[in-house]
Design a protein around this ligand. Structure first.
Ligand SMILES: CC(C)(COP(=O)(O)OP(=O)(O)OC[C@H]1O[C@@H](n2cnc3c(N)ncnc32)[C@H](O)[C@@H]1OP(=O)(O)O)[C@@H](O)C(=O)NCCC(=O)NCCS
Length: 171
């Protein structure tokens, strides 16, 4: 039996329409810091700016050549430290997130050679909190009432994974 082919590849402008359809889906945007529906112009402007900035890696996760998720790794001012964001297609089968996560960590630590990858999740995002822990991230702290959605303040949970911790998990 053929093994399914998993890959992360750079996002291109031809991916914009698909990625915005995922990003604007209610099951995705309800967990984002900006929760309004994003217009194609706003999305295109964001892509044109960020894709020229070498501190960002904008990646599409593919399973057997079918795009199923998006990963954004942003190297911050400090050397070897990056924040990540991600989402799967709302129609992706269960288990897609785990495959995307494994590919993203391989990219972060073996290609970008990061020292540390950091994630943040809104406190009500159970799936992301469990997902980070399942990938080996440590919960490093809580930023209390750190996000305002226009009506209410929410806590933000901070996660971190160090390169040596990642290598212990995969070896
Ligand atoms: C987070 C996300 C990538 C997980 O993808 P997924 O395909 O559902 O993940 P998987 O099926 O591989 O599950 C991996 C683990 O994630 C957690 N998880 C996934 N969906 C969950 C849910 N609805 N509730 C609780 N935990 C969940 C579980 O720990 C699961 O492991 P388990 O099945 O052994 O319990 C996906 O739900 C998503 O894109 N969410 C919206 C966007 C988002 O929240 N991005 C992150 C912002 S911080």
């Amino acid at each position: 039996m053929n093994k399914s082919q998993l890959k992360l590849r750079p996002m291109q402008s031809s991916d914009l329409a698909l990625v915005i359809s995922w990003r604007n889906h209610i099951d995705i945007r309800r967990y984002m810091y900006t929760q309004h529906e994003i217009s194609l112009t706003e999305h295109t402007n964001w892509f044109n700016k960020v894709s020229k900035d070498s501190s960002y890696s904008l990646l599409i996760f593919e399973l057997d050549n079918e795009p199923l998720g998006f990963v954004n790794i942003h190297r911050t001012a400090q050397r070897g430290i990056a924040d990540w964001g991600f989402y799967t297609s709302p129609d992706a089968p269960k288990g897609t997130g785990s495959k995307l996560g494994a590919q993203a960590l391989d990219y972060a630590f073996n290609i970008l050679r990061l020292h540390k990858l950091c994630g943040q999740a809104l406190d009500f995002n159970e799936a992301s909190r469990k997902f980070h822990k399942r990938l080996g991230f440590k919960e490093e702290g809580i930023l209390e009432q750190h996000h305002f959605d226009g009506k209410k303040y929410y806590d933000v949970i901070c996660f971190g994974l160090l390169a040596h911790e990642y290598y212990l998990i995969i070896n």
